[in-house]
Design a protein around this ligand. Structure first.
Ligand code: RP5
Length: 181
């Protein structure tokens, strides 16, 4: 997939990421216990050849570290941040208040409230401090939203995403036909 896209000489707008090796996406999480939920999203970033980094930056256990990370983020190679957390999930909201980069909130099902606590913490941000929140445990959509944000700038990423979406469409059409057999 990646070789195919990199061979394309499309007239599409924007630079390519060929020479980018520094991370474009940061996936930050409240705890390493969030990692199993993140796995699907990280696999998508790998499949689409998006350079990313993962960090543990708890809003409650390591607030100074989260602050330092968030404040520095826009002066690094990073373009978008995915913030995953469960329970009283202040991580993406606090991060968003310290950076101008887009922050995607990923609510994690980690308590007896089944992720609703985290979902509400992330979506109910005050006016002026947006966090783009995806569904509970849906790291796939968090990653794909990050890819779309990057695609607005990088044409090769846009092309990879388009091919990935076409693959999804073909797969569903194949399953649809299989029902008739
Ligand atoms: C949150 O608390 C983390 O993001 C995690 O989802 C949840 C539980 O953390 P651990 O107690 O498993 O470290 O801050």
């Amino acid at each position: 997939l990646i070789e195919f896209v990199d061979e394309q000489k499309g007239k599409s707008r924007g630079p390519r990421t060929n020479s980018v090796s520094e991370p474009l996406v940061a996936v930050i999480m409240g705890s390493d216990s969030d990692l199993p939920v993140l796995r699907a999203g990280l696999e998508i970033l790998q499949k689409l050849a998006i350079p990313f980094t993962t960090r543990i930056t708890s809003a409650h256990r390591t607030p100074d570290w989260l602050r330092e990370f968030s404040k520095n983020a826009s002066s690094t190679s990073l373009k978008v941040i995915i913030g995953a957390a469960g329970g009283a999930a202040h991580l993406p909201g606090m991060c968003a208040s310290w950076t101008t980069l887009p922050v995607i909130g990923l609510p994690v099902k980690a308590t007896h409230m089944d992720g609703w606590d985290s979902l509400v913490s992330m979506t109910q941000m005050p006016r002026g401090e947006p966090v783009a929140t995806v569904g509970i445990n849906n790291s796939t959509n968090a990653a794909l939203l990050a890819v779309r944000i990057l695609g607005a700038e990088y044409k090769d990423i846009r092309e990879r995403l388009r091919i990935w979406m076409e693959g999804n469409e073909k797969e569903v059409m194949r399953k649809d036909k299989a029902l008739l057999e």
